[in-house]
Design a protein around this ligand. Structure first.
Ligand code: G3H
Length: 255
């Protein structure tokens, strides 16, 4: 904590918390865009934050991405916390295996010594497939559990970067571009104002469910994500932000 003061990180945390109306902001020093070590530190800070807020008998929903993979890498045991269940927030979004919510969920639970359940549904569902899959008893049961989560941990991405990284169909890509999306979180694409311009059709947590979740922890860093973070924060659905120094400074300039 003393080190944080010396670096001026406490000031960044307090100011951002106030301006973004969040319960908590955690800023790690450095730039995760250019340093894998800083990304790891963000993962460590997020893992600690999860433990600080987690209670017995709770469901934790986790999203995908490389930042969440860093959280999984740095995850710590649940300790005295009893009966915690980890689940993926949503079905597949077209990511590579290592960035998928299922993979990250299993890894986080393993490191935490907790239980987990996985969501086995194909990516990019058609409307018909979506409607029939949510009626499958096993899926239906799990979806109910996911929507009962008291904590959600997710990354925030630059819209264009995310659309390119995922196997985004051409017409969706156009929609994202035309809608001037700047940010992305768990398959939702946001414009500068924080309005949803596109959502990936998949099962699991939906944006409207977030208001029922006690702790929504967003973890994202790097100057390249400042606009995306700001856009997402305009939705004001997150309660906690874990970020890095350069993103925090850039965000403050934009606010
Ligand atoms: O779901 C992906 C996130 O929104 C951002 O991904 O952590 O790899 O930048 P990332």
């Amino acid at each position: 904590e003393m080190m944080k003061d010396v670096l001026g990180l406490t000031f960044l945390e307090t100011t951002l918390k106030e301006k973004l109306h969040l319960d908590e902001v955690i800023v790690v020093s450095g730039d995760s865009d250019h340093s894998p070590l800083v990304k790891k530190e963000m993962g460590r800070a997020c893992a600690q934050c999860i433990m600080n807020h987690l209670q017995d008998d709770e469901v934790v929903a986790v999203a995908g991405g490389t930042t969440l993979a860093a959280v999984a890498e740095m995850m710590i045991p649940l300790g005295h916390r009893r009966n915690v269940l980890f689940v993926p927030a949503r079905g597949g979004l077209g990511e590579n295996v290592e960035n998928q919510a299922n993979t990250i969920c299993a890894k986080i639970a393993e490191r935490a010594h907790g239980k987990y359940r996985l969501l086995h549904v194909p990516d990019q569902l058609s409307k018909e497939a979506y409607e029939s899959i949510i009626e499958e008893p096993e899926i239906k049961d799990l979806l109910k559990i996911i929507r009962s989560a008291k904590m959600l941990v997710h990354g925030i991405g630059d819209a264009q970067t995310m659309a390119e990284r995922r196997k985004t169909p051409k017409e969706d890509f156009e929609k994202i571009k035309k809608g001037k999306a700047v940010g992305e979180a768990f398959g939702y694409y946001f414009n500068q104002k924080g309005e949803v311009v596109h959502k990936v059709q998949t099962v699991g947590m939906q944006l409207e469910d977030l208001k029922n979740i006690r702790n929504v922890i967003a973890v994202a860093g790097g100057a390249s994500k400042a606009k995306a973070i700001k856009a997402y924060m305009n939705q004001s659905l997150a309660t906690i932000l874990v970020t890095d120094e350069v993103a925090a400074k850039e965000l403050l300039r934009e606010l």
